[in-house]
Design a protein around this ligand. Structure first.
Ligand SMILES: Nc1ncnc2c1ncn2[C@@H]1O[C@H](COP(=O)(O)OP(=O)(O)OP(=O)(O)O)[C@@H](O)[C@H]1O
Ligand SMILES: [Mg+2]
Length: 464
């Protein structure tokens, strides 16, 4: 385990137990002690006194001792964590999860000692070899409101129905990453290994394959096949022999800007071979993809009875109130209006909650008096990359749709959108796949509507 993994693990354990993240000094202490530094050295690099470092460290060891169920000190930190093997093993049911054989309850009122277990019930440690985790690329786990049914759906697809690939598709900020982070402890004991990789920098397929094989097979780079074809065959062999869960974040970066949804960038075209093999062949493993839009073959392969599934993630409901409680907002009777206005997108809700806190000292009622959908720079910046990557045809279409406060039919759009029927169908389908257009069926007629926040963005920015 490297120091980043140690910090992430410790932070996850502490957050799950207390709802608080490690602060900078606690992280510096953990990292320093892990790397064999003395308190005086940590104090020097953290610009504080040695006494202060000792004091904070002593509280930190106490907290970790409570969580791990054994005494943790400066001298045994490494061995204590290694002895516990630093694995989070989820229990079969419920929201609690395990670190080593120690139960970490999300309920902060729960006792900090391990739960009593009946002697006849083997601990996850003894019943199954532990899952190997590589979550170095994953962000910190944080609050998750709602999403019980989405977690249950994913668990059913992945664990019970053993699907090959589950894509989670949604607008940025809707919580794809957060959802998978919470899914992992729930299902991880079904897997031999779990790997989380961000594709945010659009790595080549060769690099991604190398990366995955190295972790699964624990092989040095020198023993890896050189050609992409051989690497792919090697990976598939491992995925047949082992049960691996591979989570690929930010898959949309493999896809092209300026084209309809789902088309690859020229340099990433060969990922389609990987996704096809994962989706179409028989193996023991599962991929989870997080994406703003599905790559084209995932759309084609998705089906209720197919080994490839897609979860189009919607916003969260009234449980989003928890976000507002964390931000100390006032007027809870108005929170539902706010959630609806921002379509339950957790990122947008967090951004607007910060604005309300800063400008109205938390008074939601005062903010809503203005009867407008405020975006602000931060929210507009979050939307920009999603709108900017649209094809010219889609930009033209959202511009037309933004002029309508209500849903419109295809007939209405054809009358004045200056588009042929086939252009219109292509554009609407693509915008639907990107979750930018809502599609509803009213009295046997299909109607289309731009999401209100997107509409507001289009009205206040020149898109075409
Ligand atoms: N269900 C939720 N409850 C509370 N907060 C949430 C929830 N889902 C996501 N968040 C928070 O909202 C923000 C955006 O979530 P997240 O990063 O998971 O979105 P995303 O869909 O992965 O976005 P992107 O496509 O840009 O990667 C994060 O700060 C996350 O902690
Ligand atoms: Mg994400």
């Amino acid at each position: 385990m490297d120091v980043q993994e140690v910090l992430k693990l410790a932070d996850n354990m502490v957050f799950a137990k207390t709802g608080e993240h490690l602060d900078d000094l606690q992280e510096a202490i953990l990292a320093g002690v892990w790397e064999g530094q003395k308190y005086s050295q940590i104090a020097e690099t953290s610009y504080c006194s040695e006494g202060h470092v000792r004091n904070i460290a002593s509280k930190l060891w106490k907290r970790l001792s409570n969580i791990l169920g054994e005494e943790v000190t400066q001298s045994n930190l490494r061995s204590a964590l290694e002895r516990r093997q630093l694995f989070i093993i989820s229990e079969n049911s419920g929201n609690d999860f395990f670190i080593g054989n120690v139960n970490v309850c999300k309920d902060t009122k729960s006792p900090e000692v391990p739960k009593d277990r009946s002697p006849s019930k083997p601990t996850p440690e003894t019943s199954k070899p532990q899952t190997r985790l590589d979550l170095a690329d994953a962000p910190h786990i944080s609050l998750l409101c709602d999403r019980t049914s989405e977690l249950a759906t994913l668990e059913k697809w992945i664990v019970q129905e053993k699907c090959n690939l589950a894509a989670i598709s949604a607008l940025s900020g809707n919580g794809k990453t957060a959802l998978s982070l919470h899914l992992i402890p729930q299902i991880q004991h079904h897997f031999d290994c779990i790997i989380w990789r961000s594709l945010g920098t659009s790595p080549s397929l060769g690099t991604t394959l190398k990366n995955l094989i190295q972790f699964i097979a624990n092989q040095p780079e020198t023993e890896l096949p050189v050609s992409i074809g051989d690497r792919l065959s090697r990976l598939m062999e491992y995925l047949r022999k082992n049960r691996c869960l591979i989570i690929l974040d930010d898959v949309q970066t493999l896809l092209s800007s300026g084209q309809l949804a789902g088309n690859y960038r020229p340099d990433c075209e060969n990922y389609s071979i990987l996704f096809r093999q994962i989706g179409e062949t028989t193996h023991n493993s599962c991929f989870i993809l997080h994406t703003w839009e599905n790559p084209r073959e995932i759309t084609a392969l998705t089906g209720e009875n197919s080994p490839v599934r897609t979860l189009q993630l919607k916003g969260i409901g009234t449980d989003a109130a928890e976000i507002f409680r964390h931000k100390n907002l006032l007027n809870p009777e108005k929170w539902e209006n706010l959630i609806n206005a921002y379509q339950g997108n957790p990122l947008w809700l967090k951004i607007v909650a910060t604005t309300i806190q800063e400008i109205f000292r938390g008074r939601v009622a005062d903010f809503l008096k203005y009867d407008m959908l405020f975006l602000g720079e931060e929210l507009a910046a979050a939307l920009y990359p999603q709108i900017n990557r649209l094809s010219e045809l889609e930009k033209k279409l959202i511009s037309r749709l933004s002029r309508e406060a209500n849903s419109v039919s295809i007939e209405q759009l054809l009358q004045d959108a200056d588009l042929s029927p086939s252009e219109l169908f292509n554009g609407l389908q693509s915008l639907g796949r990107r979750s930018l257009v809502e599609i509803e069926e009213i009295e046997n007629e299909t109607l289309f509507n731009l999401c209100p926040v997107v509409r507001q963005y289009v009205l206040s920015n020149s898109v075409c």
